[in-house]
Design a protein around this ligand. Structure first.
Ligand SMILES: Nc1ncnc2c1ncn2[C@@H]1O[C@H](COP(=O)(O)OP(=O)(O)OP(=O)(O)O)[C@@H](O)[C@H]1O
Ligand SMILES: [Mg+2]
Length: 377
């Protein structure tokens, strides 16, 4: 069988087709001495999927990526790439494209030589190399810069060279660990678009580690949120934001007010009335699997203020504690009157509407659907 041939030869065959690999993690675990930094992890990433991993520093993101790349040996488990277990295959022979934060271009080589390097390592015929390098250069929009040295390029251009070098031999899997970490915001956003376009053109499967939740939400089909060596929740950006399963996920992705629940009463299917400390009852929603929630999650943009708050399922008197103008919107911190609960609201700003100031009293409200019961951590 094909699988056996591949493993015996110690390499995964290169693909000529423009399709990404299916990646299956089965019970992948990593311990260093007594410390377990990756709990048994099982997960399937689809062909052509853009899969992002986010999470706090030290949560195990690079470990999981390093195991996939082959730089880190798992303590247990297997990783099947298109059905082939790659764990015993050395990194170079896995034939995955890799882009890391310090994009480590060879300084003495030209841009074209850098991009062609993986092809030379693979003993590709010279004419082929020239053609593939030219194509890769145009894909990352660096035509005409092939003769420069990396030091003669901007950070974003160098990053594009690294991307071209990782993709030049048409890998079926591209692994990226904080590839845009060193770039400023504008360049980052430009590169995010670039990488996304690039990935869609190639149909390559991407596993992408980032600290930046906005970047992950913008680019990924699915995101995994990692915490202390486990994938706490996996879902589309929208699922994670609108239906977080745990307090950790709710507060890690985006901003949220979390109201601690002291008692619950079911009102109807999926509808609950939650008691909050301070004698408040909040009409809320329970998604399946969170019947015993500990907190309500309310996103800042779902909160209405003033007359817009009247008549909503939940409407309370509030006192403005803090007003911060951010581009296009105002972020208010508002304490619910006679309680210690402080809500965060974000309201679009318009030139003709005066900002409220600390001490102002205002009606604050939100719908039942916008107060989500979430489970314990
Ligand atoms: N070679 C090693 N020996 C011992 N512990 C290690 C080793 N490599 C990583 N660790 C530990 O494993 C844990 C996970 O590290 P990892 O690099 O995967 O985190 P990360 O999520 O990528 O963090 P960051 O966002 O800071 O890059 C950390 O606690 C780290 O200290
Ligand atoms: Mg890391």
């Amino acid at each position: 069988m094909n699988t056996h041939v591949s493993v015996r030869e110690g390499r995964i065959p290169e693909s000529n087709e423009r399709t990404g690999a299916v990646v299956e993690f089965k019970g992948v675990t990593k311990t260093y001495g007594a410390m377990c930094v990756l709990q048994p992890t099982s997960l399937t990433i689809d062909a052509g999927e853009f899969f992002a991993i986010i999470g706090p520093s030290g949560s195990g993101k690079s470990t999981l990526l390093g195991i996939t790349a082959g730089f880190v040996t798992p303590t247990e488990g297997s990783i099947l790439v298109d059905g082939v277990d790659v764990v015993s295959i050395p990194p170079y022979h896995r034939n995955f494209g890799m882009v890391f934060q310090n994009y480590s271009l060879f300084p003495h080589m030209t841009v074209a030589e850098n991009i062609g390097f993986p092809l030379r390592m693979r003993h590709c015929p010279k004419a082929d190399i020239a053609e593939k390098v030219a194509r890769a250069l145009s894909m990352v929009r660096l035509e005409g810069l092939g003769d420069r040295k990396p030091a003669q390029l901007s950070g974003g251009q160098q990053q594009r060279v690294a991307l071209a070098r990782a993709a030049v031999y048409n890998p079926r899997l591209l692994l990226m660990d904080e590839p845009l970490g060193a770039l400023d915001k504008n360049l980052r956003e430009e590169m995010q678009e670039e990488i996304k376009r690039f990935q869609q053109n190639l149909g390559v499967t991407v596993i992408y580690v980032t600290h930046d939740q906005h970047e992950a939400a913008y680019m990924a089909d699915r995101i995994a949120i990692m915490r202390s060596g486990t994938l706490e929740q996996i879902g589309s950006p929208r699922e994670l934001y609108e239906e977080p399963k745990t307090i950790f996920v709710a507060s890690f992705l985006g901003e949220a007010t979390l109201l601690p629940v002291t008692a619950l009463r079911k009102v109807a299917d999926g509808q609950i009335a939650a008691e909050i400390k301070g004698d408040l009852t909040v009409q809320a929603t329970a998604v399946p699997g969170t019947a015993t929630g500990k907190a309500l999650c309310i996103r800042p943009e779902s909160i209405a203020l003033g007359s817009a708050a009247a008549g909503l399922d939940n409407s309370f008197e509030g006192i403005v504690e803090d007003t911060v103008y951010t581009t296009g919107s105002v972020r208010y911190r508002i304490r619910l009157a006679d309680t210690a609960h402080v809500m965060t609201a974000r309201i679009p700003s318009r030139p003709d509407i005066a900002l409220m100031q600390p001490g102002d009293r205002v009606q604050i409200g939100w719908g039942r659907r916008d107060a989500l019961l979430i489970g314990e951590d």
